[in-house]
Design a protein around this ligand. Sequence first.
Ligand code: TRP
Length: 345
Amino acid sequence: MTKIENRLFSGVQPTGDLHLGNYLGAIRRFAPMQDKFECIFCVVDMHAITVWQEPEALRQKTREVAAAYIATGVDPERSIIFNQSQVMQHAELAWVFNCVARIGWMNRMTQFKDKAGKNRENASLGLYAYPSLMAADILVYRATHVPVGDDQKQHLELTRDIAQKFNNDFNSQIVAEGFEDGQFFPQTEPLISGPAMRIMSLRDGSKKMSKSDPSEMSCIALMDDADKIAQKFKKAKTDPEPLPSEADGLDGRPEARNLVEIYAALSGMTPQDVLQEFGGQGFGAFKPALAELAVSKLSPISSEISRMLADPAELDGILRKGGERAAAHAEETMKHVREIVGFVS
Ligand code: TRP
């Protein structure tokens, strides 16, 4: 079997509203990847149910994330777009990985500690095993690259550990299967393109923008209309000083920095360029310019998403077809895995 060189996998959870942070930090980077990689973009609905989801909302959000991929330029013919639960091989490989990974490895995962909170005994078993399913998402396609944000780095490292332990534990069977170098699963590389983009809350420049923030005003949803976007930027927390004309002048001003960085990311300028243009001006002038820019970039995307959601049959067809294509790749891996592990088939 030929070695896979350039296969990229990424997943987004269909929970809560997509927001500016998801868009700038993750989703808008996906379409350009299609020029360099064979891309598989997944909506990870099985990860979503590790915490309670209203079933109808889960279905709706799954479609919304898929529509966002397409609206930002992912081509469902060229790339594969699907929802995780349609390809049962993810769950099958996750079970094998549950038996490869050690409890001690899981106990080190910081996301579990954060999400489980104080009452860890009451968290679902799925939430605990979440990283094992994520490793299966990636390795069932033997993906070579995964774009990751800071918060997922530890899970990707665990994926590499699981791949290595599997390759070691089953070395002789892997070689017998025809993988002479013993590298059945690859050491997947994280892709951190450009400076790590962290969009912060509009109410508190030290907190990440999040859909679960209690203050709705802290977060620009992708589906917000023009008035809402303008209102949220207008109310965004700032300080009384005008904008500096050099990037250094943003030190110690987290809210000002965040707004300048959002402007820079949306316009494709550097923060220095933005300050060249707006340095010396107050937020009374900057905020409306920022709102106008955000609306001009986001509204074509949100109207395309709305159009697709109005006819879910077409979207569901795309996900089903994507699922079939994904399953063909995944089954190729699983045929070997079953043989390697010693299952009779
Ligand atoms: N855990 C990721 C997140 O919360 C989502 C995810 C699931 C994922 N499986 C993946 C991301 C595989 C990249 C690759 O953002």
